[in-house]
Design a protein around this ligand. Structure first.
Ligand SMILES: NC(=O)C1=CN([C@@H]2O[C@H](COP(=O)(O)OP(=O)(O)OC[C@H]3O[C@@H](n4cnc5c(N)ncnc54)[C@H](O)[C@@H]3O)[C@@H](O)[C@H]2O)[C@H](O)CC1
Ligand SMILES: [K+]
Length: 219
């Protein structure tokens, strides 16, 4: 049985790991990026010939920027489409964007034809999704779903309610998802299957919580 948690619980475990235990968020982000990169190499349904990273301005987008840099430093062709107001970007996102600039990773644009890419990586929203998706975010999600390429989602397919599995206006239909620490409750519902695709659960050192630590000792 897959152990699943609520979105709020996942955010609390993130915060506890960073603020109480002391693992820096940039370390967690780097570990998340490495796991996501490895999952993408593992999934033979994904064609990594020409990659488009869809990055929101939060830490889900930050994870996507780590993946972009790892792909580039291993010889892959990568473009980055950042969606949202850069002024609202999280500190970790800004730090990762600066690293991507060092590697001169080219930028993509909203009105581009997504069919020139062989795979899309969804780093628009993760556990921070707080309302129905609209505007440019909805446009990008609908373009991604209409494109020929498969999409690999980071943490939670963007637009999917991580607690219920409901679609918040529109949502990424991913071929596969790398979810951080634990699958979220809504991701294992019947209605979520077309959106999550194959789920990889990535341990990146997030505190496991007493409930799960005892459970893992028993199994
Ligand atoms: N350091 C950590 O805590 C780690 C987090 N991980 C990854 O980070 C995301 C959670 O990141 P966060 O910045 O909290 O939120 P998101 O990136 O999911 O959302 C960004 C931002 O978007 C805004 N927003 C919410 N809903 C909407 C909407 N419908 N339309 C437009 N904008 C919206 C809101 O302001 C959010 O703040 C987590 O999922 C992981 O991927 C690391 O993996 C581990 C360390
Ligand atoms: K996502």
């Amino acid at each position: 049985m897959t152990q699943t948690i609520s979105v709020e619980e996942s955010r609390q475990l993130d915060a506890k790991t960073i603020n109480e235990i002391g693992i820096p968020s940039m370390v967690l982000m780097e570990r998340a990026g490495i796991k996501i990169y490895e999952n993408m190499l593992d999934n033979k349904d994904l064609d990594l010939s020409k990659v488009l990273i869809l990055a929101g301005t939060g830490n889900n987008g930050g994870d996507g920027l780590v993946v972009a840099r790892l792909l580039v430093t291993h010889g892959y062709s990568v473009h980055i489409l950042t969606v949202g107001n850069p002024a609202h970007a999280s500190d970790d996102h800004k730090a990762q964007a600066k690293i991507c600039d060092y590697y001169e990773i080219p930028k993509a644009f909203l009105n581009e034809d997504f069919n020139q890419y062989t795979i899309l990586v969804d780093g628009l929203f993760g556990s921070g999704l707080s309302r129905n998706v609209g505007g440019d975010f909805a446009t990008v999600i609908d373009k991604a779903n209409a494109a020929d390429a498969n999409t690999h989602a980071i943490d939670i397919p963007s637009g999917l309610n991580g607690d219920t599995g409901e679609v918040m206006g529109t949502a990424i239909k991913a071929a596969s998802t790398s979810t951080i620490a634990y699958a979220k409750n809504g991701m294992v519902t019947e209605q979520a299957k077309p959106y999550t695709g194959k789920i990889y659960v990535d341990d990146i050192g997030i505190y496991r919580g007493k409930r799960f630590e005892e459970a893992s000792l028993i199994n």
